[in-house]
Ligand binder design. Structure first.
Ligand code: ADP
Ligand code: MG
Length: 443
């Protein structure tokens, strides 16, 4: 056991790292030689990547930029539980509290190990002079930008104030910076590196996108006789269970739909064909939504037909299939939604039931939104949304390995699919189906 693993146990009570990637990121940040970029999915333990190395440096403070006071509070509470002193400076605190924090930080030997601030706060005179002081007396271990995708207009929660952090990075070139995010598209990553002005070479730690237990395919709705029947067969086949499995470990499936009406309609038709299904969408009362979610995750009802709001915070490991009825909004969304399948590592299936009409409907909506956009910012976002959508259409309308498509999107080397998608499994069959789809779509 070395110093790092000792501290892991001593400070946070963990016997081992959550992943090899987490360990490598921790060690790189602890070395403090390069700026570090970390991209790992939500829940994989990114906070520890910057919280543990800070514990190896006495009398230094790590400055952490985080987008929301609520997130900051969670992190401070978590660290306080482990008796680690973490503080914040924000507009909501009392003058007295703020003075206490600042006095400690300006003292010879500060006790504060983590200073959490929002990017808005970072622009204030109070913060700037404090930062200058801390840097001058070499009391900053490193600077962290959590939820770093907020600096990108490609991300879903763009925050203009994050852009100003890039200037800070330029001002204090001697301190290493760490940027972390769960949003991993190549565009967002590029924006993070350039907008935060991270110093090259940046050490990068990224979870590869390839999930080898997931089989991906696309079915063209206009090429099959009975779409609902096909969907029903697909779901039923995925749902085979052992007899004596516990209810909460029972297999389950999700069908994502674009509209509320579709969720109701599909659930109804699947029920008629003997697959016990529930509908889930934002139009239901909160209590109904909770009940659907519980019946599904508790193993009472195996199938849920849902709009996109379903899945946040759902962590059922035994989802055996995720079908999209029509299109996903974009490749990032599709990767995330389909990725709810097979979290237990066992084989699972991800399928899109592609429909040309549906594509045209989304196309129309996005263009209408673009026409309504007024500010340059809105226009840019609409353009980005449209480009992302086009990429999703290509996913369905071009014959290319589905896993490779994701890898390209995330800026990674192509994975060895080895027949884990329809294209690599039988390329000629996919070509035939696509030809047929296109011929029928035109006639
Ligand atoms: P992220 O920011 O990547 O979404 P968090 O940093 O919030 O994830 O961590 C998710 C959970 O994982 C937390 O409950 C955290 O305590 C736990 N965790 C982190 N590292 C380890 C570890 N090495 N061993 C066990 N649990 C860990
Ligand atoms: Mg986090």
């Amino acid at each position: 056991m070395d110093n790092v693993t000792e501290k892991l146990l001593e400070c946070f009570g963990h016997r081992k790292f959550k992943s090899e990637l987490q360990e490598r990121a921790v060690r790189a940040i602890a070395r403090g030689v390069h700026d570090v970029y970390v991209s790992m999915p939500t829940g994989s333990g990114k906070s520890l990547c910057f919280q543990l190395p800070a514990m190896l440096q006495d009398n230094k403070v790590a400055i952490v930029f985080s987008p929301l006071l609520a997130l900051i509070k969670d992190q401070i509470d978590h660290l306080t539980k482990f008796k680690i002193q973490a503080e914040s400076i924000n507009s909501k605190m009392s003058t007295k509290d703020r003075e206490r924090v600042i006095n400690d930080l300006r003292s010879m030997r500060p006790n504060t190990r983590f200073l959490y601030v929002t990017p808005e706060q970072a622009a204030t005179g109070t913060f700037k002079s404090l930062m200058e002081h801390l840097v001058k007396y070499k009391k900053v271990s490193y600077v962290v930008v959590d939820e770093a995708h907020c600096v990108s207009e490609w991300g879903h929660d763009f925050r203009p104030d994050y852009l100003k952090l890039g200037d800070l990075r330029e001002m204090y070139r001697s301190i290493p910076w760490v940027a972390l995010t769960a949003t991993a598209s190549a565009e967002v990553a590029k924006d993070i590196l350039s907008n935060l002005k991270l110093l090259q070479p940046v050490a990068q730690y990224k979870t590869p996108s390839f999930r080898k237990n997931l089989y991906y395919d696309v079915i063209y709705q206009n090429c099959i006789e009975d779409e609902i029947g096909d969907l029903c067969e697909f779901l039923k086949k995925s749902l085979k269970d052992d007899e004596n499995v516990k209810p909460k470990d029972k297999s389950a499936v999700i069908v994502y739909c674009r509209t509320r009406e579709q969720t109701e309609e599909l659930a109804h038709m699947l029920n008629k064909r003997g697959l016990n299904s529930l509908a889930y969408h934002g139009g239901l009362k909160a209590s109904e939504r909770i009940s659907v979610q519980e019946r599904w995750s508790g193993g009472e009802c195996p199938c849920v037909c849902a709009t996109l709001s379903f899945g946040m915070g759902v962590d059922k490991a035994t989802v055996r299939a995720v079908a999209h009825w029509g299109l996903a909004q974009n490749v990032a969304a599709y990767y995330q939604e389909s990725g709810r399948a097979g979290r237990d590592g066992k084989p699972a299936f991800c399928r899109i039931y592609y429909c040309g009409k549906e594509r045209n409907a989304v196309d129309f909506l996005l263009k209408a939104e673009m026409a309504r956009a007024r500010t340059p910012e809105q226009k840019q976002r609409c353009k980005n949304a449209y480009k992302s959508f086009e990429l999703m259409v290509k996913y369905c309308e071009e014959v290319k390995c589905r896993h490779k498509r994701f890898a390209d999107y995330f800026g990674e080397e192509g994975p060895r699919c080895g027949g884990r998608c329809d294209v690599c499994h039988d390329e000629r069959a996919v070509r035939r189906a696509l030809d047929q789809h296109q011929r029928r779509a035109m006639s």
